[in-house]
Each structure stands twice: as structure tokens, then as C-alpha cells.
Design a protein around this ligand. Structure first.
Ligand SMILES: C[S@@+](CC[C@H](N)C(=O)[O-])C[C@H]1O[C@@H](n2cnc3c(N)ncnc32)[C@H](O)[C@@H]1O
Ligand code: SF4
Length: 430
């Protein structure tokens, strides 16, 4: 739809909204449904390749916008050569590469395709099938169906993710576009490994269940020995999250074993940073090409941080972050540091502060809307409370930063009544 038509609809929405407020009359919702459809469409289109050097990283996030273009270009140059448009050339706007590139290994032995579908969507189990048969697992009927839907642009399995979360447009999920085999049945080797080998963690976050997951399911026989020849030499990327990767011996073993046969592999880490960067660890990290290291900090208020991430203390974590930033500056090949932050009932008011904080230190920012446990989620607020949250963001966050927080704004707005949806979509688009 042409921009002018959308602008026309937006201002029409504003006028109708004012009119309704003044006169308290019921009007047909049909117009709003149409308006909503067109707004959603325009919004997705805007989002698709917004700010090519801006759209990046792990969770729908953008590079902080106070970074000037030269600075962000340096980071992008050191991280990757191609822009999103170049990478995704020839792919339709809803296409996701993950089912064509990735496997995820979960602590309980489940083998899946995508970290964002969680372990509710396994395609096999390492305890039942040896690693060398993972290609067969990858070509299971379920996995083939997944790829078919993307190839034919008839998306059902990832309908919500593609429409709302937009994880298929995360930079980190698109870096292998040039190498992926875009066919239903996969013949080539696995390119990307998400390695959640153990649940072991040094924290006990109340919203997280991962630390309760088992440990030690990946042994020499079912993983390490076969992986040496059939997996490690061919991987282009390894993504490590949790439990806490940096306190697990398997992480250092993986770094050592992969580096021996595949020193060019690119690494991604997500960490609580409740550990201090020792000389020994930095020497190990010096050996690998890290693309993005994401630090999870859910609150910048000490008392709330400590309630959400026991037994860690915020001041210690911030010291560790400072040390990490200093270490990164000295690396031959610096990596991007990002902040993951869970937005929930305890933390939603801190979003403006997080934007200032990440800008100040030139960190990428991934705000994540917590959905489970439901009682902590903003999604379980009443409509009135959700409107208060949105009004607060509209007031406290500069308009040019709304694109940084779309993973929070969009689901909240989507869950409101049609009239409120039209109003808030209009407000964030204006
Ligand atoms: C499970 S943690 C593992 C890595 C590391 N221990 C950490 O905390 O960053 C990976 C990411 O999942 C997020 N996470 C944990 N529980 C979650 C939940 N219930 N909903 C959404 N994200 C969650 C964490 O905040 C973190 O950013
Ligand atoms: S630090 Fe990470 S893995 Fe550990 S309990 Fe917290 S979110 Fe879960």
C-alpha cells in the first residue's frame, strides 16, 4: 500500500479516535480491522530491512542508535562483510534460514532445529540416535515440512514467530545465507550448532527452568567422538547459551576440540557474567573468533536485580562487564557485546534506563518480553495496565528508539482491543 494512503489512514484513525472519545458513540469495527490490517502490513514492511547496519544480532535488536555510522560500520566490518539486504537477496521476506542451517542440542538430549521454538519442538534425541544419524533426524518428515513451508511461503509452524517476533530477520540467523542448502532434503553437513549441552548454572533465576535441566548427557560415545569427524570440522557457527556456558567444563572442551580442526568457526555466547574474566579464560577466548557475546542483565536496580538473579550482585556484574569491555578493546578481532534484558512486571519501568545505559557503553540491546511464568509477564496485565505501560514508553522513550523495543511494543499492542491497537500503532508510526 502506498505511503500516502497509509498516512491518510493513520490521520483518519487519530481523528476517529478523538471523535469517539468526545462523543462516546459506538462505531463499526470493520474500518478499524481494515486499518489494523494495513498498519500491520506497513509496519512489517518498514521493519523488514530497517537500517541495514542497524538491524542486528540475536533477538530482534538494533545497534544502539547514538553510534555514528562510521563507528557502526567498523563494528559491522569486523563482524561480517555483508548487509542484511545482500545476505537475504533472493529470499522472500518471510523466509527463515534456521531450518536449513541449524541444529540445537538440549541438556536432556533432545535435538531440535531452532532455539526460539524451545525444546517443545524436538526432532530427535541423542540418547536414541547416534550423532552420525543426526542428518537422518534433520531429514525427518517434521523437519522437511518445516523447510517446505518456508520454500513455498506457506508458513504455519513458525507463523507467530515470522509475523510477530520476526526472529527470521535477526542478523545472527542470516549470516549463513550464502552457504545454506535451500532444499527440503538436506545433503550437506550441519553448518550451525546451538550447543546447550548442560543445565549447570551458578544462578537460580526464578523465571528460568534451564538450571534444573540435567547434565552429562553428552558423552564420548554419543557426542564427542563422532562429532570430531562428522560435525566439528564443518561447522561455520557455534551458539552457546545455557545453563551458564562459562562455568561448564564442556564449553572449554568444545572450544579446544573445535579450534583444533576448525579454527575459523564463528562463536556466539549468552552469559550471566556472574564470573570474572581470568587471564586463563581470556587466553582461551583469544584463540577463537567470537561474533557476539550477549550478557543477560534484567535490571539496573540492585535490589530488583538481586531478586531476579540470585545469588548474583549487580555491582559485581557491572564490574565484570567493564572488564569484558576492556578485554574486548585489546582483542585483535573485537566482538559485539549485547545486553539481553527480560521485560516483565518487575522491570518494565527500566526500559528507558536500559536504552540510555546501552547507548552510553555502545552495546547492542535485546529487550525480551517475558511470557513465562505467566504471572510475571506483562501479557497478563489488564488492558488498562497495558495501556499505562505503553503510555509510559510513549512519554519516556524518544520516538526514534521505538524500533529498538518493537519486541515489547508489538505484542502488547496486538493484545489490546481493535480501537486501542489502531491508536497505539498510529502513535508509534507517527
Ligand atoms: C537460559 S539463559 C542461559 C545463558 C546464561 N545463563 C544467561 O543467563 O544469560 C539464556 C537467556 O534466556 C533468557 N531466559 C531465561 N528464562 C527465560 C524466560 N522464562 N523467558 C524468556 N527468556 C528467558 C535469559 O535471560 C538469558 O538471556
Ligand atoms: S543465569 Fe541463565 S541459565 Fe542460570 S538460572 Fe539465570 S537465566 Fe537460567
Amino acid at each position: 500500500m502506498a505511503c500516502l494512503e497509509i498516512l491518510g489512514l493513520l490521520s483518519l484513525a487519530g481523528s476517529i479516535f478523538d471523535f469517539m472519545q468526545k462523543h462516546e458513540i459506538l462505531i463499526s469495527l470493520i474500518l478499524f480491522r481494515e486499518l489494523e490490517k494495513s498498519l500491520k502490513l506497513s509496519y512489517s514492511t518498514d521493519l523488514n530491512y530497517q537500517g541495514v547496519t542497524g538491524f542486528n544480532l540475536v533477538n530482534n535488536c538494533f545497534l544502539v542508535s547514538n553510534m555514528n555510522s562510521a563507528e557502526s560500520h567498523v563494528i559491522m566490518d569486523s563482524m561480517q562483510k555483508l548487509s542484511m539486504q545482500e545476505l537475504r537477496k533472493g529470499l522472500h521476506g518471510r523466509f527463515c534460514l534456521v531450518p536449513f542451517t541449524n541444529i540445537i542440542l538440549e541438556p536432556d538430549g533432545k535435538v531440535g532445529i531452532c532455539r526460539n521454538k524451545g525444546d517443545n519442538f524436538p526432532i530427535g534425541n541423542i540418547k536414541d540416535q547416534p550423532l552420525d544419524e543426526i542428518w537422518n533426524i534433520r531429514n525427518s518428515e517434521k523437519a522437511q515440512q518445516w523447510r517446505r513451508e518456508f520454500l513455498e511461503d506457506k508458513i504455519s509452524i513458525c507463523e507467530n514467530e515470522v509475523n510477530y517476533r520476526k526472529c527470521h530477520l535477526e542478523y545472527g540467523f542470516n549470516t549463513l545465507a550464502q552457504d545454506a542448502e535451500l532444499s527440503i532434503v538436506q545433503q550437506q553437513k550441519i553448518l550451525r550448532l546451538t550447543a546447550n549441552l548442560n543445565g549447570q548454572c551458578n544462578l537460580r533465576c526464578p523465571f528460568c527452568t534451564v538450571w534444573q535441566s540435567p547434565n552429562g548427557n553428552y558423552n564420548d560415545e554419543n557426542f564427542w567422538n563422532p562429532a570430531k569427524s562428522s560435525l566439528f570440522p564443518f561447522l561455520k557457527e557455534i551458539d552457546m547459551l545455557g545453563g551458564e556456558p562459562f562455568i561448564q567444563a564442556d564449553t572449554y572442551r568444545l572450544i579446544q576440540e573445535v579450534s583444533l580442526v576448525n579454527p575459523d568457526c564463528h562463536w556466539f555466547f549468552t552469559t550471566n557474567l556472574a564470573w570474572s574474566l581470568s587471564l586463563k579464560v581470556s587466553e582461551i577466548l583469544d584463540k577463537i573468533k567470537i561474533q557476539i557475546l550477549t550478557v543477560s542483565i534484567d535490571s539496573l536496580t540492585p535490589a530488583i536485580y538481586e531478586q531476579l538473579r540470585p545469588p548474583a550482585k549487580l555491582n559485581k556484574i557491572l564490574n565484570h562487564l567493564e572488564k569484558l569491555i576492556e578485554y574486548n578493546k585489546k582483542r585483535i578481532r573485537p566482538f559485539q557485546i549485547a545486553i539481553n534484558s527480560l521485560v516483565m512486571k518487575e522491570t518494565w519501568q527500566e526500559l528507558p534506563e536500559f536504552l540510555r545505559f546501552t547507548q552510553k557503553y555502545q552495546l547492542a540491546f535485546n529487550p525480551i518480553l517475558l511470557r513465562t511464568p505467566q504471572e510475571s509477564s506483562l501479557m497478563s496485565f489488564t488492558h488498562q495496565q497495558k495501556r499505562e505501560v505503553l503510555d509510559f514508553y510513549l512519554k519516556e522513550i524518544p520516538k526514534n528508539h521505538f524500533k529498538l523495543i518493537t519486541p515489547i511494543l508489538i505484542p502488547l499492542i496486538e493484545s489490546l482491543s481493535p480501537i486501542d491497537r489502531a491508536y497505539y500503532f498510529s502513535a508509534i508510526n507517527s
